[in-house]
Write a protein that binds this ligand. Sequence first.
Ligand code: PLP
Length: 501
Amino acid sequence: MATALLPSSPFSDRLRRSFRGVERSLLGSAPSLKFTVHKKLSHAHGLKTRAVYGDVNKVEIPRQWYNVVADLPLKPPPALHPKTHKPLKHEDLSPLFPDELIRQEVSDDRFIPIPDDVIDIYKLWRPTPLIRAKRLEKLLGTPAKIYYKYEGTSPAGSHKPNTAVPQAWYNAQQGVKNVVTETGAGQWGSSLAFACSLFGLNCEVWQVRASYDQKPYRKLMMQTWGAQVHPSPSSITNAGRKILQEDPLSPGSLGIAISEAVEVAATHEDTKYCLGSVLNHVLLHQTIIGEECLSQLEAVGETPDVIIGCTGGGSNFGGLTFPFIREMLKGRMDPLIRAVEPAACPSLTEGVYTYDYGDTAGMTPLMKMHTLGHDFVPDPIHAGGLRYHGMAPLISHVYEMGFMEAIAIPQTECFQAALQFARTEGLIPAPEPTHAIAAAIREALHCKDTGEEKVILMAMCGHGHFDLAAYEKYLQGNMVDLSYSNEKVQASLAAIPHIVP
Ligand SMILES: *Cc1c(COP(=O)(O)O)cnc(C)c1O
């Protein structure tokens, strides 16, 4: 029974070919970059000091977030003003964000303390479990060890509250009364609605039309936590009205919904904007995942050989991997770090690295990132959280430096992997982390071929309890693999502003 679920295509080394190890060694030999990545020092070095050995889930909640920028040999390129194309100034962002979040966005500090109030709320679900997938290993017959860091225990069911709570808190501290945002699959909207309910903030969410219609339960969660939800495109904003004029039946996209929320924040004195991924401060807040996980692995005396996570905007992936990249740069470990994106929206593997807008209407700052073009609307795959045209500038930069690699996987392989995972480990994953699971299974099967006893660490960033319609599609045999259309990408890339970095 179990073997019927095994993927038919064995793991290939496709990835390794595209891996930027070449660039990594080039960088390593450049005179300005004085780091060397040592091969696998034993755990006895450095990593064993912070936790009580053996007690994997009794670690302390980290007291600070980690800013990877402080340790990168090259600083990431600055964000630019959308009109003047000059590097952004603090006051350019003030209409959208509270001061402390703007400071975090451009900070060079290595660590940023987590406010006590935020720690107090984190305690509702943190530390999150680190679990060894022994039954999945057994099903696969692999000598590899698979660990997953599970973020689905938060109130909203994913990693998103890790940043929603501090974002709402900093806004409340500054006396802000209203925040607006967009949501694709509904995970971010529900996380921010939850966080706002804790601090008495009004929260308004533009939810991508397709998901608004297909995911009534996420909408109801947001409303239960007191938020107001609009389908996007909406007739409330100029950006939305313009899209509706061209296409009254537009299913919407994350890029369109961002334009609407940003427009409302920019034109209302008393309203700020929150974003659930992509920005530096969001990735910063998510590093609590990786910091905690370092302590947990230390407690069982393990060092990861491969770290895998799915990437939409890059926040759960960056959150888990950045602290490990620090350890790698210090020479304490040398894990292969692998991002997994959907074949239908492959910004890292197929996009170009250039300045582009974060939204469809071109109202956000220009960010240097891997992008498929800001008006690219990906096909409606089930992993709504991975349907974003760009990648976090920080992830894009780290990728360019060769500290990580990326692959794209079609959705049926992901759901096949999800079923193997659900039927061995019990948890039903959100459609997004099924990409990480599929890649971890590929890696584990590769280990089975080679006999390597690798330690695989995987980001299991959320549960799929509100995504069962996608499982229904898969179980009924009606799920198809969607690819991206090359013409569509070329057309949207042609609309990117030409900026010489
Ligand atoms: C939002 C979301 C994602 C995608 O966003 P990232 O910033 O790439 O993490 C992935 N998984 C889940 C469960 C999400 O809610």
